[in-house]
Design a protein around this ligand. Structure first.
Ligand code: SF4
Length: 1002
């Protein structure tokens, strides 16, 4: 600090290094890159001799193998292109050529012509050229079914043929995964794994299918699908069983090591030791098992054939998850040197000057989800090991000097974690106080230390928490807890000193006995002295102890991370690496490791089993998904490949201010307004419990135990009061689209609704219900006789396979995107309406949602300008404010502050617009009905019409303008619902049809 400057007055510290800033930056970068390349060189390669892997397996590698090492993949960085342009004329011509080659595509030129005819740029001019400047994400926002996929499929080969390429096409996922809640409620480990396998398989299939379409339409181009490689061997085996020979050929590979096996277990398919061969002679060595070597066949093995093919492909196709989280697990030579592996993102950014990204808002959402790492910290009776126990086991390989650094932090974290789990399993501590209990919350069960701070401030310090909290008051409050920084210089306020000492004692682990029971009694007494009434002391004691315990645990995990990160490469244990990775040492997004919060957010969760056991897990959230998405062609491309790239990003919902996960923080460069009035209608579809009088059925906000019976009732009434009439009308007027989709929040809800409808429908085979696993109904719900059970990947074929089905019951998150149920032989949607039977849960407290909300609030608060430091400070302030607002917010939707209710609504609206899009393929109109009366119940301020009005009114004029020009009649439909003065209630109850024949065309 310059002399005479008061420290507290300083706002920014600028280092005077007496060098040209840019020269200095270049020098530092060069140095960092040299270190990076030096420390990430390829592994040594196994040569002739005996090599061990797995538990006790040994292979004998023959002479000559591996002597020349493994030839790295040569990945040349494609030169920078200032701008890539797609002209309307060329696009139409390309689509025309496509038609000439295949008459089945004759509808495409008209669709493309209409697409460009209605596409507007930022100045509302018609578009003759799509300009994609390098460094920017060029967003095209257009409704579902107007030609975005056709554009994507025509643009990629055109750009590749015109030497703008090669081109990378990044498609979305087939469907969204269900939430943690769903997994927790409906699945055990086996089913979860199955669901994950299925999801990855379907996503990989989608990539392969898209690539195959490209290859078929453009045989002169080299098109390569870059799939996840996840369980490739298993997928190949399944293809063989299914008799899909071509697919088997694509996927199958042989492992040469199998033929060289001389001892022990054979090589397990899918778990080959490609990078983990160890000298067999050194396996028993006291010095440890020796460094891992790479298989000598790594450079030629069929397992990595696709990535070798991709190096000189004209077009590659991959998906969001693979782009953001995939890697190239073989040695790679870039312009700067040779690395043992690189991320797929780096590979794509180096090789491809232009990326075409479908469903870009979903990609941002995936980026939010992927910033999450989860691992088991402690477990009891669940047959699940904890990473800390694994580190403890593996630390045998460390020398004493390293081990003495590790032992104190490792055992502190272990003892805090394991004892906390014991306390929760025994019911001495709990993470879900009674007053926070509500079935409306997502029940993610995640707890971030500090989540109850506002509640404690209210109860303990009697702070008015409806007003902004004085930072000094909050600072003093935090000094009560043992994880405060610089303890000696930060003593707790004298009034709370005794309480602070007790909390310190609780987590100190110095006692020879279990100190919790006496400490709880002492805290209770201390609270009594502070004037806390007796009926509140139990909950406050628990909240204080949980806050102290988890805060200390989080602190010890950070210390552990620092020790693990400081270990040299030779000292790295696999579990240590995994732990350090899960704790964010190796960030999934090293270019932008933290969002506006500026640090990693850590949360804890306890899951109990029925046998008295359970596990404590940790979730760590990091990265900056919002900035990363809009900077994909800028900062991210520069950080990974050293050169900016052009990105064309397509979506139907990329611009939606307030939707934390989906809204891209940039204006769409091109929009197509849904201008056809009435093409989307959103209406009330609620039904009465009783045929005489109006007593509408609500599901959201009701207690969990009563929901199945209510849903059963709702299903029956929905058919008799609404669907029967609606479908009869469709049978008579638009027969090929006489299908309705009824969506809910879970597989089990879909099945109960199906049972309700089946109880009154003339023919139960008119109902299809989506189940997770083939022919397996969700646990505890018996499938009604005669209904059709299908998995989500069978849905698109439903009009072919089950033409009689009129009602489809499915979980909303599975069908909201990317699903096309078409009238056979056409591009028109076979669905006419969507019925939302249960209000979607208010997902605000799941770690991903919280992180998205915090990041979005931060990014929205700061705009680029002449004072970047101030911008960052504003963003950080807004992110912290949102963090504490979320931590202190009730999990009940009805008790949330209005701005958070609006944020929940914005996310759900995006889902609804996407959902309605399922019935809009080929430009067909769609009717969306809100069935659950929780959508309309006004007494808690959670009714959608008033939230919709509040949402729209709180937008700036600029945002309203852009929302109107982006969504046109879709927005009008929602605003109509918001301002509707009609009583949505049904007064006339039609009689149910008595027989199937009554539904047929007269
Ligand atoms: S690189 Fe190929 S041959 Fe070598 S271990 Fe892996 S799968 Fe087997």
């Amino acid at each position: 600090m310059p002399e005479g400057t008061e420290r507290s007055k300083a706002q920014y510290l600028l280092v005077a290094h007496a060098q040209q800033p840019l020269t200095l930056a270049r020098g530092l970068l060069r140095e960092a890159e040299e270190i990076y390349y030096r420390s990430r060189g390829p592994q040594p390669v196994a040569t002739a001799g005996k090599w061990a892997f797995g538990k006790d397996s040994v292979v004998t590698i023959p002479d000559g193998e591996g002597e020349d090492g493994v030839t790295p993949l040569r990945v040349r960085t494609a030169p920078y292109r200032e701008e890539v342009v797609l002209s309307r004329r060329r696009m139409l011509r390309a689509v025309g050529r496509h038609v000439a080659a295949n008459a089945r595509n004759s509808w495409k030129p008209g669709l493309m012509g209409r697409f460009f005819g209605r596409l507007l740029d930022l100045d509302d001019r018609k578009v003759t050229r799509l300009r994609m400047p390098a460094g920017k994400v060029t967003v095209v926002n257009a409704p579902t079914g107007v030609g975005k996929s056709v554009l994507l499929r025509a643009a990629a080969p055109l750009l590749a043929q015109n030497r703008a390429g090669p081109v990378a096409v990044v498609v979305g996922q087939i469907h969204e995964s269900l939430s943690n809640t769903e997994h927790m409620r409906e699945t055990e480990g086996e089913l979860t794994r199955h669901a994950l396998d299925e999801q990855i398989r379907q996503d990989d299939d989608h990539v392969r299918k898209t690539a195959a379409e490209f290859a078929l339409a453009h045989p002169t181009l080299k098109v390569v699908p870059l799939v996840s490689g996840y369980r490739l061997a298993e997928q190949a085996g399944r293809a063989l069983v299914q008799g899909r020979e071509q697919r088997f050929e694509e996927l199958a590979y042989g492992c040469d090591l199998s033929t060289w096996l001389t001892d022990g277990e054979p090589v397990r398919r899918g778990a080959e030791p490609c990078l983990s061969l160890r000298p067999a002679d050194a396996a028993d060595d006291r010095e440890g098992p020796g460094p891992a070597h790479a298989c000598p066949r790594l450079g030629v093995c069929g397992k990595y054939a696709l990535i070798r093919e991709a190096v000189d492909a004209d077009v590659i196709v991959t998906n969001h998850h693979n782009l953001l989280g995939g890697s190239v697990p073989v040695p790679v030579e870039t312009d700067k040197g040779v690395l043992d592996r690189i991320s797929l993102l780096e590979f794509v950014m180096r090789r491809y000057p232009v990326l075409l990204v479908d469903e870009v808002d979903r990609m941002q959402q995936s980026w939010c989800e992927m910033g999450t790492d989860e691992f088991t910290l402690a477990s009891r009776g669940t047959h699940r090991s904890s990473l800390l126990v694994e580190v403890d086991r593996q630390r045998e390989v460390l020398d004493a000097a390293s081990d003495r650094r590790l032992v104190p932090v490792l055992f502190k974290a272990r003892s805090l974690g394991e004892q906390f789990l014991n306390y929760v399993l025994e019911g001495d501590l709990w993470l879900d106080p009674a007053e926070h209990d509500d079935d409306d919350r997502l029940n993610s069960g995640w707890h971030v230390p500090g989540a109850w701070d506002r509640w404690l401030l209210d109860k303990l310090l009697h702070v008015d928490i409806t007003q902004p909290i004085d930072p000094d008051v909050y600072r003093d409050f935090r000094k009560i807890f043992p994880d405060r920084k610089k303890k000696k210089r930060n003593p707790p306020p004298p009034r709370y000193a005794h309480l602070a000492a007790l909390l310190e004692k609780a987590v100190s682990r110095d006692e020879s006995h279990d100190a919790l029971p006496p400490v709880k009694t002492q805290i209770d007494r201390a609270l009594a002295k502070l004037g806390v009434p007796g009926h509140e002391r139990r909950e406050i004691t628990n909240a204080l102890l949980v806050r102290a315990w988890l805060g200390s645990l989080r602190q010890s995990l950070r210390h552990l991370k620092a020790v693990l990160a400081g270990m040299g490469r030779r000292e790295q244990m696999t579990a240590g690496r995994d732990l350090a990775k899960a704790l964010g040492t190796f960030n999934r997004n090293p270019a932008l490791p933290f969002g506006p919060l500026g640090y990693q957010l850590i949360g804890f969760k306890v899951e109990k089993d029925q046998h008295g056991g359970g596990r404590l897990s940790v979730q760590a959230l990091s990265g900056d998904p919002h900035t990363s998405t809009v900077q994909l062609g800028g900062t991210i491309a520069l950080a990974t490949a050293g050169v900016e790239r052009s990105i064309l990003a397509l979506s139907a919902t990329a611009y939606f201010p307030g939707a934390a996960k989906e809204h891209l923080h940039t204006l769409p460069a091109y929009v197509m307004t849904d201008a056809t009035p009435g093409s989307v209608t959103a209406r009330a579809g609620n039904v009465s419990e009783t045929p005489n009088g109006w007593n509408p059925i609500a599901i959201g906000g009701q207690d969990q135990a009563s929901k199945p019976a209510r849903l059963l009732d709702l299903g029956a009434r929905l058919w008799t009061d609404r669907l029967s009439e609606h479908l009869r009308y469709l049978e008579n007027h638009e027969r090929d689209r006489a299908r309705a989709m009824v969506v809910s929040n879970a597989y089990s809800q879909a099945m109960v609704l199906a049972a309700g409808i089946a109880s009154v429908i003339p023919d139960p085979s008119w109902i299809a219900v989506v189940v997770k696993k083939k022919n397996t109904p969700p646990g505890g719900v018996a499938p009604p006789q005669g209904v059709v059970m299908i998995t989500v990947d069978q849905l698109e074929d439903l009009p072919f396979t089950h033409p009689n089905v009129k009602v489809i019951c499915a979980p909303m998150r599975l069908v909201a995107r990317a699903l096309n149920i078409l009238v056979p032989g056409t591009d028109r949607s076979a669905l006419a309406s969507v019925w939302v039977a249960t209000r979607p849960p208010a997902d605000l407290h799941s770690p991903t949602s919280m992180y998205a909300s915090i990041g979005a609030a931060g990014i929205a608060a700061g705009r680029a300008g002449p004072d970047p430091a101030r911008m960052l400070a504003d963003q950080s302030r807004a992110a912290h404010k949102r963090l504490y607002q979320l931590l202190s917010a009730s999990p009940m939707l009805s008790r949330l502050p209005k701005f958070l209710k609006i944020e929940v609504l914005a996310g759900i609206l995006v889902d609804m617009i996407q959902l309605a899009g399922r019935a809009r393929r080929g430009g067909t109109p769609v009717q969306l009905y809100l069935v659950d009366n929780a959508f309309f119940a006004t007494h808690f301020g959670t009714d959608y019409p008033s939230l919709l009005r509040a949402y729209y009114d709180q937008l700036t004029e600029h945002q309203q303008h852009h929302l109107r020009r982006t969504y046109g009649s879709t927005l009008t439909a929602w605003l109509d619902l918001a301002h509707s003065t009609d009583q949505p209630h049904l007064v006339h109850v039609p009689l149910p049809r008595a027989s199937a024949a009554e539904y047929e065309r007269p």
